[in-house]
Each structure stands twice: as C-alpha cells, then as structure tokens.
Design a protein. Sequence first.
Length: 103
Amino acid sequence: MNDTPAPGAPADGPAPSLRAYLGLYAAGFVEREEMVATVAAWPFEAEEGLDEGHPEPTHQDNTLSVLAAARLLGQVTREDVAEIQRRIDGRPDGPADGAERRP
C-alpha cells in the first residue's frame, strides 16, 4: 500500500515526502507517467541550511535536491528529469526555483 500522499492530499494527513514517493517509483509501485506528472506538480520547499559537505538537505524531503539525488542514485533517468523540468517550466506559477522561464 502506498502510504505517501501525492500533492493535493488532505492537509490532516502526514506531510508528503518526495523522497519516499521516488523510492516507490524506483521499486516499481508507480507508473512512469504518473510519477512524472506528480513530481512536476509537487509543492517543492525552499532548501534550508545547505552544507557543502552534504549535497542534499537530509532533513528535508521535498526539495529539488531530492530529485537530483534520485537521479544520481539511478531511481529516475535523465529523461525523467528532463520531462519533469519541462512540465515545471510550463506551470502557471513558473519554474520551481523562481527563475525566469527559459526560451
């Protein structure tokens, strides 16, 4: 059973964890298209307290660094990340990092 709620889940439940969701995808419990759509709509958090010795904020589960770490661990492919980025850039609120849209 998938205990990790997707974005838009009831607020009274546990906070969603991108790290756990990507783990479910890597284990084969989530189809690729569902994963790409869900991650592209994910409510990413701003990264706090980054340490040069730790490329990923270990106390945060919902940052873009978690997606980057999943790519390095082989949980998602380069193509997955490119498609997620394309969809994030097309969101009405713009890119997740607040940068200007790419041409």
